[in-house]
Design a protein around this ligand. Structure first.
Ligand SMILES: Cc1ncc(COP(=O)(O)O)c(C=O)c1O
Length: 495
């Protein structure tokens, strides 16, 4: 019998049911401990409910381009449900917006939209992009859309905050008839800073520009509403995100875009499934969405798993998830601020600038690669380091540290290998499964590393590209997991 659960009960059930929460590794000191996964901004762990939904769906799997057999009908219906589920989750009216899957993450979608927007308004050759963008929401516009102007950020002391709204308006006025669109991230993948995307949309529309929002770091962490704002100027024209950052690794990238924009031009990608009729000298493109935007056989199980995760998140409520995760971010920031040698990047006063999911930092006197290696090898804490595919933003925040470390004030004179070693940060990032004890484990480890800087320095050697390797602890990943061993066990082990 089904017992309808409350939002909190669902949250508690889901939190502890992610795959990989019990993964154990042997550390450099020989201890075996559970991994603490603080790399959710790169990719989240797999939600158990979504994994189970995909597994159950495999019994019925069939290509959605097949039509008449039972499985084909189930596959087609569920795949169609996945699109609609995502649209309603994002508050996008299905009459006005289309959702389609493309590539393996946000990057494919942004490249596609850059080409779509270029072809939609070819007379406009300029795009505004913020300084805090991931390369995936910067380089596609440079390559496909003409001229890119980078928008500065609000600055308080030396700490950058959100995108500066005055500069957005200034650039919109200055290049008025040439700006096609503004491309901004809803949440920074470096600092976790949340941008005022609806205010930016309002400004963009006031000056007849479109807005494309990179939602890679937003969708799993905070409510998003693309359409239906009291002031229609605040609606978002196009939105992109990654399924692998939304609790379903192996699921595709997602684009949600205004239908009238998509319908105005021929789809950027062509092939099977998106045409009505094909003759040797011409073809006719389907009018229906998402078909016309999805050439070829899509990643059907991935899309269905992603929609299952979104159904779960919607039943919990994104406002509840946001509140829950915000408490962890505040707790982590407060505890980390208490360790004097930790330098946290970006605005840390959350009343000025709220954050979601990510905190990037350095320990004074230790390179980012060394800290990340020690966290992994001695504390089993998985974090990311280096520049997180956001070089201009990271550089802006660490330039002073870099020059201080070099005892020099001319960046051009520095050895490139030295720059790689110093230029970077460590990023701890959270997800639905993060617990208070994960935050405590991180803070404990950072305090400990801070106290034993020289010990750690003596245990590692600097390798190339800013990474450090342990002098004696050289575990082979294949001892922990290898597909070849898995298959060999599967085939040859006696049951
Ligand atoms: C804000 C942001 N945009 C875009 C991307 C690129 O996403 P993907 O690697 O899924 O294409 C990332 C990945 O970290 C990101 O954080």
């Amino acid at each position: 019998m089904k017992n309808i659960k409350t939002s909190t009960e669902i949250l508690n059930k889901i939190k502890s049911n992610f795959i990989g929460l019990d993964t154990i590794y042997t550390l450099a000191n020989g201890e075996k401990t559970k991994r603490v996964y603080l790399d959710s901004t790169a990719s989240t762990l797999m939600m158990g409910a979504a994994y189970d939904a995909i597994e159950a769906f495999y019994d019925h799997y069939a290509n959605t381009h097949s039509l008449l057999h039972f499985s084909a009908k189930i596959s087609t219906e569920e795949y169609s449900w996945a699109h609609n589920r995502i649209l309603t989750f994002l508050g996008a009216d299905p009459q006005k917006y289309a959702c389609f899957f493309t590539g393996s993450g946000t990057t494919g979608g942004v490249n596609r939209l850059a080409r779509i927007f270029r072809d939609y308004r070819p007379e406009r050759d300029t795009v505004l992009v913020s300084l805090m963008e991931h390369h995936s929401n910067d380089l596609p516009h440079r390559k496909h859309s003409g001229r890119v102007i980078h928008l500065p950020l609000d600055m308080r002391d030396t700490r950058p905050g959100c995108i500066n709204l005055e500069s957005v308006e200034r650039e919109l006025i200055k290049h008025k008839d040439r700006i096609n669109y503004i491309a901004v991230t809803a949440v920074s993948n470096v600092t976790g800073i949340i941008n005022p995307i609806y205010e930016i949309a309002e400004l963009a529309h006031k000056y007849d520009a479109l807005i494309l929002v990179d939602g890679a770091q937003a969708v799993a962490h905070l409510p998003v509403k693309l359409y239906g704002h009291l002031n229609p100027g605040r609606n978002i024209d196009a939105f992109v995100f990654s399924g692998h950052k939304t609790y379903v690794p192996g699921s595709p990238g997602v684009v949600v875009c205004r239908k009238d924009i998509l319908s105005a031009i021929e789809p950027e990608e062509v092939g099977g499934g998106m045409v009505d009729r094909v003759y040797v000298d011409r073809y006719t493109v389907k009018e229906a969405f998402p078909d016309r935007e999805e050439a070829g056989t899509p990643n059907i199980p991935g899309a269905i798993g992603l929609a299952a995760a979104i159904e779960v998140m919607d039943q919990i409520g994104m406002d509840v998830i946001f509140e829950e995760e915000t408490a962890f971010i505040h707790m982590a920031l407060d505890k980390m601020k208490n360790v004097p040698e930790i330098q946290i990047y970006g605005e840390t006063d959350c009343s000025i600038c709220e954050r979601a999911a990510s905190i990037s930092f350095n320990i004074k006197g230790l390179d980012h690669g060394l800290v990340a290696a020690a966290l992994n090898d001695y504390y089993n804490i998985a974090v990311r380091n280096e520049c997180f595919c956001a070089h201009p933003y990271v550089k802006e925040m660490i330039m002073d540290d870099l020059l201080e470390a070099a005892d020099d004030f001319d960046i051009d004179k520095l050895d490139p290998e030295f720059i790689l070693q110093k230029q970077g940060m460590v990023r701890a990032s959270f997800g639905l499964y993060t617990t208070e004890s994960d935050v405590d484990a991180l803070v404990f480890a950072l305090e400990d590393i801070t106290l034993k800087k020289d010990d750690y320095k003596s245990l590692y050697v600097a390798a190339s590209a800013g990474n450090y390797i342990h002098k004696t602890f050289r575990p082979d990943s294949r001892d922990r997991f290898s597909v070849r061993n898995f298959v060999a066990d599967y085939l040859h082990e006696d049951v």
